[in-house]
Design a protein around this ligand. Structure first.
Ligand SMILES: *[C@@H]1O[C@H](CO)[C@@H](O)[C@H](O)[C@H]1NC(C)=O
Ligand SMILES: *[C@@H]1O[C@H](CO)[C@@H](O)[C@H](O)[C@H]1NC(C)=O
Ligand SMILES: *[C@@H]1O[C@H](CO)[C@@H](O)[C@H](O)[C@H]1NC(C)=O
Ligand SMILES: *[C@@H]1O[C@H](CO)[C@@H](O)[C@H](O)[C@H]1NC(C)=O
Ligand SMILES: *[C@@H]1O[C@H](CO)[C@@H](O)[C@H](O)[C@H]1NC(C)=O
Ligand SMILES: *[C@@H]1O[C@H](CO)[C@@H](O)[C@H](O)[C@H]1NC(C)=O
Ligand SMILES: *[C@@H]1O[C@H](CO)[C@@H](O)[C@H](O)[C@H]1NC(C)=O
Length: 361
């Protein structure tokens, strides 16, 4: 195969195939936003560096300009990803502004979301108090201020108690009660609101496309390599193999009845199958048709060679059994001089073979 043909097939077939292969293989490489950031691989995809098709839907992560891994939750906004555990299917996320309690007020993980809260959690109730009417030092120890949410005019208090009758200044307004992730305090005796949220992603039945997707990617990869192999074989190896085969067993019909046959690499034979000899042709039975046109086979009324009907006084020639076909003698004689078969049934007649040994070309 010429290099031009190879180039053409490369660009027509191999190039798109290899690009597809690379794209698919690219999905398999774990990525990361930067040093110390978690590895990102299936079911996640990294926006801007990978096709979203590399991951499952709802599992796209991105990198911020400072090489931080960013998770965008549809209702709750952006979080940074601290850690991903692919075994337990858990990820730790934190607030970019380090004020998780504030984010918890708006954290919503609807059913359609693959993530669920994991780890320890506790209900906390938030209060918004006017700073002017509240002496923080004087509040019950059950309430703790959240400094990152408080301003000069308002203090935000949070409590884990369910009995909200513990005295609190009436100027305080209840904001909301939410389930918040907690960690043990240093003394190990109690809990406090954590700085990170532990999320676990689900492999619900309707999300089993996750595993199917992996299989599809692997299947496509396999298909790619198979295609490359087939193309390589068709383009390069196959013609070579055929060439080898042809060189050793060359056997070519030069024209009807003449066969060029290789004997070995240096010699070839021209096998010329000529027609029948005159004696054989003359020996075939002849009949002359009379006025009644009594034909050997009443259904066969036309000569298959000249395609004209048999008429009285014409001479027919009958090819002996097992053939038994008949023709105008003037039509079949030239045929028999060049062929060794009946033109209708193709049954072989006694051939006379001429074998010529010649040097290979
Ligand atoms: C990326 O994260 C860093 C570190 O928190 C932050 O300073 C920066 O503003 C973030 N950039 C964007 C574009 O969010
Ligand atoms: C982000 O990471 C790239 C290499 O991955 C590095 O060249 C670049 O300086 C990093 N940027 C920041 C802001 O750390
Ligand atoms: C991931 O979670 C599994 C199971 O909970 C645990 O055995 C493993 O140590 C965790 N890996 C990391 C790196 O934390
Ligand atoms: C607390 O209440 C004040 C006045 O209603 C409001 O301006 C402020 O945003 C509130 N703070 C929070 C965190 O809800
Ligand atoms: C509660 O607020 C009122 C003003 O509204 C103030 O006089 C009182 O001292 C406050 N009590 C506490 C315990 O802070
Ligand atoms: C607040 O402090 C004052 C004294 O500074 C005290 O009399 C009052 O009982 C305290 N109120 C509460 C609710 O602890
Ligand atoms: C509530 O939090 C306090 C510390 O702020 C802790 O001592 C107490 O045990 C917690 N209560 C519950 C029911 O966990």
């Amino acid at each position: 195969m010429s290099s031009f043909n190879f180039l053409v097939s490369f660009f027509v077939f191999l190039f798109p195939v290899s690009v597809t292969c690379q794209t698919l293989a690219y999905c398999r490489y774990p990525l990361s936003c930067g040093a110390g950031e978690p590895q990102i691989r299936f079911p996640f995809s990294l926006d801007g560096r990978q096709s979203k098709a590399c991951g499952d839907s709802g599992f796209d992560l991105s990198c911020n300009s400072s090489n931080r891994t960013v998770l965008q939750l549809p209702y709750s906004g952006q979080f940074f990803v601290q850690d991903i555990n692919y075994t337990s299917r858990e990820m730790k996320i934190y607030d970019p502004d380090n004020c998780l309690p504030k984010r918890l007020l708006n954290l919503r993980l609807p059913q359609s979301n693959p993530y669920k809260l994991a780890g320890l959690s506790q209900d906390y109730t938030f209060f918004n108090c006017s700073s002017s009417s509240l002496d923080v030092a004087n509040v019950s120890s059950s309430y703790s201020p959240i400094s990152c949410m408080s301003s000069t005019t308002h203090t935000i208090l949070v409590t884990n108690i369910s009995n909200l009758n513990v005295p609190l200044n009436s100027s305080c307004k209840l904001i909301v009660t939410v389930s918040a992730p907690v960690v043990r305090t240093v003394d190990g005796l109690s809990y406090k609101i954590s700085d990170v949220v532990l999320l676990q992603w689900q492999l619900l039945p309707d999300r089993s496309q996750g595993t199917k997707m992996t299989e599809v990617v692997y299947a496509l990869l396999g298909l790619c390599f198979a295609l490359v192999l087939i193309l390589a074989f068709t383009c390069c190896i196959c013609p070579w193999v055929i060439g080898m085969f042809r060189d050793h067993h060359r056997s070519v019909f030069l024209s009807d009845g003449i066969l060029l046959h290789s004997i070995d690499t240096n010699h070839e034979a021209i096998v010329i199958r000529t027609g029948l000899d005159d004696a054989t042709i003359k020996s075939y039975q002849r009949i002359i048709l009379d006025e009644k046109l009594k034909l050997p086979n009443p259904n066969d009324t036309t000569c298959s060679i000249c395609l004209s009907e048999y008429r009285s006084t014409e001479t027919l020639k009958i090819i002996p059994p097992p053939c038994n076909h008949y023709f105008h003698a003037k039509c079949i004689d030239p045929w028999l001089r060049m062929h060794t078969t009946c033109p209708v049934c193709r049954k072989p007649l006694q051939p006379s073979v001429l074998l010529l040994a010649v040097d290979a070309f």
